[in-house]
Design a protein around this ligand. Sequence first.
Ligand SMILES: Cc1cc2nc3c(=O)[nH]c(=O)nc-3n(C[C@H](O)[C@H](O)[C@H](O)COP(=O)(O)OP(=O)(O)OC[C@H]3O[C@@H](n4cnc5c(N)ncnc54)[C@H](O)[C@@H]3O)c2cc1C
Length: 250
Amino acid sequence: MSDIHEVTVTSVHQMTPNVKQFVLESDDYTFEFDPGQHTHVHFPREESPAVDDEESSDEVVRPYTSTALPGTRKITLAIKRYPDGTASTWMHERTPGDTIEIDELGGNLYLRDLDSDAAFVSTGTGITPMIAMVKQYVEEGSGQATFFFGEKDEEHIFYRETLDQLEAQNDNLEVVYVLSEADDEWSGPEGHVQDHLEEHLDDFGDRDFYICGVPEMVVETQDYLDEQGADEERVYVEGWEGDEVSDESA
Ligand SMILES: Cc1cc2nc3c(=O)[nH]c(=O)nc-3n(C[C@H](O)[C@H](O)[C@H](O)COP(=O)(O)OP(=O)(O)OC[C@H]3O[C@@H](n4cnc5c(N)ncnc54)[C@H](O)[C@@H]3O)c2cc1C
């Protein structure tokens, strides 16, 4: 198992009705990882506020993805609260000054080629690895990047300020928000995020794709990319969020 680090919560920010961002700082450890990778939060199960917790181990361990870039003693996590979630409810009770145990970051979602054009496609908390990767891409990459993000409505779009700033500052980045339950004020694309790729990408064959979100969206997007002629070896995915949970917790 990788080394455990104790970090202090230094800032908590409510981003949307059910997502908080946490800044976590280590006294003595500089985080080195590839943007897109995740850590694990560890805490004793007896501290869990979840009532229907049926797991048996004494420790709760859950993966969360840094939305900050590496190279400092701080990382940021954006965590969506599920009403009956063991770790997400525990994390949402953390306040500045609290300490948390996390391990070193790792995982398979990270930028493979900074010089290829790239499309980032995510829904819900699947945005977290994309935020870290797109920050790295606009700093170091040389191609065109298109960032697609699907949520239910405008209130639930998180990291919008960050993305709008990045888009305004980088001619090689386009950001597309797609809403599945938009109100009349919304003039952007509606429905499922994967149904809007073609309007913004002139070429599927010569591009890297990074996908993260509910399993159904990940599978549908992979199938669609296959039909459009994308190279399956250039499609990198992670799926982690359940449909029922997303709907319930909104
Ligand atoms: C690599 C990786 C990175 C991740 N990064 C992030 C991140 O940056 N931000 C973030 O908010 N989350 C992230 N997650 C999800 C996170 O690890 C937890 O799964 C999530 O916070 C729910 O944990 P919990 O302990 O609160 O819920 P649990 O106690 O595990 O679940 C309680 C109930 O909620 C429902 N539920 C919870 N999670 C799911 C699920 N994934 N699918 C279906 N039903 C579910 C189930 O009904 C379950 O009975 C990531 C997951 C992975 C695999």
